[in-house]
Design a protein around this ligand. Sequence first.
Ligand SMILES: Nc1ncnc2c1ncn2[C@@H]1O[C@H](COP(=O)(O)OP(=O)(O)OP(=O)(O)O)[C@@H](O)[C@H]1O
Ligand SMILES: [Mg+2]
Length: 388
Amino acid sequence: MLDAYAETGEAMRASSETIGGQDASHDHVAEFVNVTKRFGSIVAADRLNLGIRRGEFLSFLGPSGCGKTTALRMLAGFEQPSEGTIRINRSDMSAMPSYQRPVNMVFQHYALFPHMTVAQNVGYGLRQRRPRMAKTEIGQRVTKALNTVRLGDFSERRTWELSGGQQQRVALARAIINEPAILLLDEPMAALDAKLRAEMQRELLDLQRSLGITFVLVTHDQEEALSMSDRICIMGGGQIAQVGSPDELYDRPASRYVADFVGKANILLGEVVARQGGQAKVVLGCGSEVLVSEASVDNRHNVEVIIRPEALGMSAAPQNGTAALRARVTHRTFLGDHTEYRLQVEKTGALQVNLTRQAERALGGRGVGDDVYVLWEDGAGLILGAED
Ligand SMILES: Nc1ncnc2c1ncn2[C@@H]1O[C@H](COP(=O)(O)OP(=O)(O)OP(=O)(O)O)[C@@H](O)[C@H]1O
Ligand SMILES: [Mg+2]
């Protein structure tokens, strides 16, 4: 069936499960089909199924050692899967050496040649081509690539005469000069300071839009992944935990692991006492009844409810018609555009509530040690799916 998958649309739809539950009607520039990679007894990648959409900005996000680099290196052809298939442009890559694949990789430490000028570094790949490419053509392409990354005036410099951000751009120019179908970026901004990092993030996005090629970024920085990606693939322990747009992952995390990894989350235990139309009435440990959404309809009685800190409100007194939890303020952290409150709710535990300045003014000066009510709008929060 997997071979048929590449052939016919019918089989593609039928096997949508095999590509990680993604919509198989998309045009995929690359696919992982049941890909496992073992290093001795370590399973670095565990049955990966993923379709990478043509032209998208996809990030692999996950903690150290979860298999992000391994996944990227298999796409590039630097590692072979122990099991499963990688396809690029619908072709099985198992017999395709890395230098023939239509992908290029930017490494964390750029891997520039110190004895070459900027222009020589950028043109290196083209000079290795056989049959040989004409010198004038190489020169034109190098100039174009350097202009694209705004280094037109630096072509004769040595790489050690450049700043970190400039070296990063040389590595980018070298990677895009072949016009790859996919650009792979393994933590390319890890060595840059925060300000330069933000600048490079914007430049990368602009570059991706103007080139129109697929970018696959590896990062363990959730803000970077959220702000840059069309979709994020969250990994844990060699497996794919969830794939989705930043909003989907934030609003509808499939598991506690994803909820904890993307954004801040309050996770509370509760008991379902009634269900109706995609919502459930849940009694929390403190005895308060709240109405929450339910992602997957199952018949569990004891559930975990996730609610984001900014989805909760706070008031000095209970309010008619809105569920309220009695709480005591334990910490208050002013962060300019909003304030974080840490609260303790009896028999329920610690909760975080983020208030805008406006909401804070309405609350009227509550601080550490004060009693408050946490307000929970109907339908706010989500019951997390059961984990295996
Ligand atoms: N060549 C190798 N030989 C043996 N084990 C390896 C090799 N490459 C990776 N591993 C192991 O595979 C697992 C996944 O490693 P990988 O480099 O893919 O993680 P990562 O998610 O990129 O982590 P980081 O964020 O730290 O870069 C780790 O346990 C790692 O030690
Ligand atoms: Mg890595």
